[in-house]
Design a binder for this molecule. Sequence first.
Ligand code: T3D
Length: 263
Amino acid sequence: MEPVLLVDARDGWVKLTLNRPTRLNSFDEALHVALAEALDAIAANDAVRAVLLTGAGRGFCAGQDLSAVPTASDGSHDLGAVVKRYYNPLILRLHRLQLPVVCAVNGVAAGAGANIAFACDIVLAARSAKFIQAFAKIGLVPDSGGTWTLPRLVGDARARALMMLGEPMTAEQAEAWGAIWKVCDDDALMAEAERLTAHLATQPTFALGQTKLLLNGSSTTDLARQLDRELDYQRACGATPDYTEGVAAFTEKRTPRFTGRAK
Ligand code: T3D
């Protein structure tokens, strides 16, 4: 049987492909477990300096597999248990991973699938892709951090309408509204996403991880505290070999050779 997650180790980066194409890569338990294990292995491996997340087939991810929601013996569903066990830890893994995570949205991203994409750092989408906050269509609230992330990306008015109406946001709207970095032609998406991830894997990884931490915290703090955090993180970056190398390369007018390390 095909693995539900394809893990493809490249030179300094890893490509993760959700691989349940006949179900539009919706999440069952096996996919959750495989993705959690892969992200934990990546976090523990200093040789990995960037991640690319994408989907197999014509969709990126249709959120929860609606045919595989765990059912108790009395026939009831505790969706809170699924969210607590799988979706919340997944979003926090992506948010806290001290590496750039690129997401290549190759097709429809619905429900949790859309919000998983928005939890990544740099999102590229195929021109034919769309993002659907499908939750209201089945009587649920948006989860996987969508109510936190989407209003910050596109503003409250758009987030509210997208979530209450469940209407698709096209890839071009997503780019124009600031929800994603870039739209690519469908046949150019993967090459562009791989090129970008490979580039990030050669960059000063420690500084990029610190940048991610600063951005993650910026909307829930005040300016004075954020300035203090920038000061601390800048001090840490200034002590890295990559800072020394970056300045030397600038002075010598050559391309820097970053190690990505903190020490
Ligand atoms: O545990 C919990 O439930 C809590 C957590 C919740 C998180 C969530 O994500 S809730 C939201 C769940 N997702 C959805 O409600 C989206 C459901 N899917 C759709 O609305 C549509 O499939 C799409 C808009 C995404 C795509 O439409 P379309 O027309 O391009 O494709 P399709 O024909 O609907 O789907 C293709 C196949 O994938 C189809 O199977 P078939 O008929 O060919 O055998 C369809 O049933 C299957 N599929 C699509 N989405 C799901 C799915 N199967 C299971 N679960 C899905 N979410």
